[in-house]
Write a protein that binds this ligand. Sequence first.
Ligand code: 5AD
Length: 344
Amino acid sequence: MNIVERLRCNEDLTDTELAELLQTDKYDEQLRIAADAVRREHYGTDVYIRGLIEFTNYCKNDCLYCGIRRSNRCAQRYRLTKEEILECCQEGYALGFRTFVLQGGEDAYYTDARICDIVSAIRRNYPDCAITLSVGEKSHESYQAYFDAGANRYLLRHETATPEHYSQLHPAELTFPKRRECLFDLKAIGYQVGAGFMVGSPFQTMEHIIADLRFLQELKPDMIGIGPFLSHKDTPFCDYPDGELALVLRLLGILRLMHPRVLLPATTALGTMHPQGRELGLQTGANVVMPNLSPQSVREKYMLYDNKISTDEESAQSVQRLAQAVERAGYCVVTARGDAKTKN
Ligand code: 5AD
């Protein structure tokens, strides 16, 4: 058996074998076919949609890659009120969304009390929906409070599992051990947890990517978000090259084979880098898309990287057009919570 077949049979490849798989295009077609077969075994042709509500772009952090870092004076900052967030949910629910993802910068305005108030309001209004939070690093107590208020899932990308590389991408106050602790806290509390990393971030090597794959094997998250690094003009990484499509797709395929039941989004960054990016992702193992439910007026302000798609195809209002695109790619958008089938 070659390395793709062995991965397909749940065998653990060595680092050398993973490096080989990552560095050549000769397995790409075989990997795509195997990843698609495995996603169909567990999820059929279902594609889950998540309504993404980017509710604040204020952030106390200063991550070197990110367009909403605190030092970016060019960013026009905004916050959504509880009422505006609930309106997004109402609109989303009518469109068929059964998961709401509240994502934001680390914004001290949203105290635990405010977050819990928003989460419990959504929980009351939509008892059949999943609530996903993505608001960064918090204490165990805070995570517990959000969970008790009704949140079910939490997205916190690990960004890179190599501490030295982590320090090259982040200011000194952010460390990989802390990030790791947060992820294990979230798991222990009972959240469905999403981790993930950027592909092609500055200074990233094959060794770093292999460390990311090993970390994910250890964490066993329910969701894995990966997408290309895309430079943002008002950040220190403005002159670094974007990540490569082929490598993102290769990694999606590898992740589907290593984590057969994981939820794997075809990310906005993937859709931004190539007009067919999301469709290609879906054909290589991905089974989730996260259209934007934020009000049109704030969409262009949540710019994590240049040219982030914020127009038609990405908006929830055009969910029908999205469904058609997904269908043309060979899959079917479903109205379902789409809980992780990973029970580990
Ligand atoms: N390019 C690609 N992805 C980015 N993110 C932040 N900035 C960028 C960028 N410039 C990703 C990070 C973060 C997620 C919300 O967006 O991985 O976890």
